[in-house]
Design a protein around this ligand. Structure first.
Ligand code: SER
Length: 335
């Protein structure tokens, strides 16, 4: 029986992963760890226990692990790439200091530990297309630096202390539930909100900027499946490339227009996000994840677009337009 603590349970991934894990393992067995000011509400609050767990406070983590007999920690605390550039010291404190706290507590209390890495762990020297599992990682963002450090530190704890650390490199994650904040890939979420609300979208990245993206249900399944994988099959641990789709702004815009033909997009470039995106790969090769724990994505761009539009319409109470029927011209005389 798993007893799980999620650190960052009210964030972009955490708010959905907590609910998904509660369905899988039972509400009482999944503790939603939150920081002050981001308390769980509604279904997240009511469906299981919660505890204030600031990742920079090892005592709080240890107390929650003891109180709830936790054997598995999902560490989802992070500042996303663009925000991290504005607060690099805090990004390091959370990304590396926080991970160190999780690793030490996992070592002492024998917990398994999941900490996501990212396409942001790569840099401009990395092969950009079909980026291999094991390749050059020299990121130029503080976000990427914390992710590469986290991958290496987690592998060290696995080798040196036998801590069961595992991880995937998430692409940009797209969801209609919790809005993301401060990421470079977030335009691919914002664009759906504008399209459904009937607003023009100002794209911060230029045409031809390709990045890997993934629909949230696939990402949640990856986070669960990697922790359930047979350790005897794992040649890698921290961290697996996973992929499902790669597109640039033009491709997602044209896909949305297949369903919302009036939708309009213009470009208003954000130099920081453009620079970050240009330093990240165009598409990852996820062969190792497929071979070592049977990873496979279920959503492509078309399936994701249909699902996003339909859920966002429900969320904002916007009815789907009636199907347009082209009427045959009447043969009856007009008088
Ligand atoms: N979605 C993240 C970001 O854009 C990358 O993992 O910062």
């Amino acid at each position: 029986m798993k007893n799980i603590l999620i650190i960052g349970a009210t964030g972009q991934i955490g708010s959905e992963l907590t609910m998904r894990l509660r369905k899988e393992y039972g509400g009482d067995n999944v503790v939603a760890g939150y920081i002050r000011g981001a308390e769980p509400k509604g279904e997240l609050l009511e469906s299981g226990p919660s505890a204030e767990v600031d990742i920079t406070n090892p005592t709080q983590i240890a107390e929650a692990v003891d109180k709830y007999n936790v054997d598995t920690i999902y560490n989802l605390a992070a500042l996303l790439s663009a925000v991290a550039e504005a607060k690099p010291q805090l990004a390091w404190k959370i990304g590396v200091g926080g991970l160190y706290n999780c690793l030490e507590i996992s070592r002492e209390k024998k917990c398994a530990l999941f900490t996501p890495s990212s396409i942001g762990s790569f840099g401009p020297d990395t092969p950009a297309d079909k980026t291999p599992q094991d390749t050059i990682q020299r990121p130029q963002t503080i976000y990427g630096v914390t992710k590469v450090t986290g991958e290496m530190l987690s592998d060290y704890y696995a080798r040196r202390f036998g801590v069961d650390t595992r991880s995937v490199r998430f692409p940009g994650l797209i969801s209609y539930v919790a809005p993301p904040g401060g990421g470079t890939t977030d335009y691919a979420v914002d664009i759906y909100y504008s399209a459904v609300k009937g607003e023009e979208f100002k794209c911060p990245l230029k045409p031809g900027t390709f990045m890997d993206m993934m629909y949230m249900p696939d990402a949640l399944r990856a986070a669960i499946e990697i922790m359930e994988a047979d350790p005897a099959r794992l040649k890698h641990r921290n961290s697996f490339n996973i992929a499902s789709m790669s597109f640039d702004p033009e491709i997602i815009y044209n896909k949305i227009r297949e369903y919302i033909p009036d939708f309009r997009m213009t470009y208003e470039l954000d130099p920081l996000r453009q620079k970050i995106a240009d330093s990240w790969p165009n598409s990852l090769d996820d062969t190792c994840a497929r071979e070592e724990w049977d990873w496979h994505p279920e959503y492509d761009l078309d399936a994701m677009t249909r699902d996003m539009i339909s859920h966002l319409r429900q969320k904002f109470g916007i009815p789907a337009p009636a199907a347009i029927h082209h009427q045959a011209p009447s043969l009856e005389p007009a008088f």
